[in-house]
Ligand binder design. Structure first.
Ligand code: BEZ
Length: 211
């Protein structure tokens, strides 16, 4: 199944390292990052899971839960967690889905047969509080993900959901933003009392409104 931005993230039940879950019930009204790992006991995934465990509080600050997935059974996940703790200094402190029957991987189109028949690619889905898919990224198995980028996009998504703005290239929280092109200058003056700079009629810059 192809999942596109704006779709409702498909619900599912799964066994995880923190017990059985139903996805929508588990996430509740929080945001969530669902990310897949090609296989247990693989080097890149080992570094990714240790890294996410160390920065989990950054996701929590953004009211965002994290949940991993790998197409191996629960026993393997638990054994691998011990390796992750040993080599990365921190074991996963979030649920890892044991998707040995590939039910969730197939539901989310995480297996790309021309890349591999058996392993998932490195998929990322960011899902908002209303269960809508807000970001999808697909990395190849050989490239570990940039989790700072995920946090950056979550900041942008949460800001642009609350204010009539968009964020420019390489934007980070606290930097100036773009006034939504749909707003007239009069509307923009009302919404952004600190004013805005007009570089072009379609490119107006204002300080981040909630900073
Ligand atoms: C890894 O996680 O290290 C990995 C997984 C599959 C293929 C290549 C690398």
């Amino acid at each position: 199944m192809t999942i596109r931005l704006g779709d409702i993230a498909p619900d599912f039940t799964a066994e995880t390292t923190e017990g059985p879950i139903r996805f929508h019930e588990w996430k509740g009204g929080s945001w969530a990052v669902l990310f897949s790992h090609p296989k247990d006991f693989t080097p890149v995934c080992t570094t990714e899971l240790g890294h996410v465990a160390k920065i989990k509080q950054e996701f929590e600050k953004r009211n965002c839960k994290v949940i991993g997935l790998s197409v191996d059974p629960l026993g393997a996940h638990h054994e691998w967690s011990r390796d992750i703790a040993e080599t990365q200094g921190k074991a996963p402190n979030f649920p890892m889905i044991a998707d040995a029957d590939q039910k969730v991987s197939k539901l989310y189109d995480m297996i790309h047969p021309n890349a591999s028949d058996t392993m998932t690619v490195r998929s990322v889905f960011v899902v908002d509080g209303a269960n809508k898919v807000r970001l999808t990224i697909t990395y190849p198995a050989s490239c570990g993900r940039n989790f700072d980028e995920l946090l950056r996009v979550i900041d942008s998504l949460q800001l642009t959901s609350a204010y009539a703005v968009a964020t420019p290239a390489n934007w980070h929280h606290g930097e100036d933003v773009i006034v939504a092109p749909a707003l007239s200058d009069d509307e923009a003056r009302r919404k952004f009392p600190r004013g805005f700079k007009t570089l072009k009629p379609y490119l107006r810059i204002t300080p981040q409104p909630n900073k």
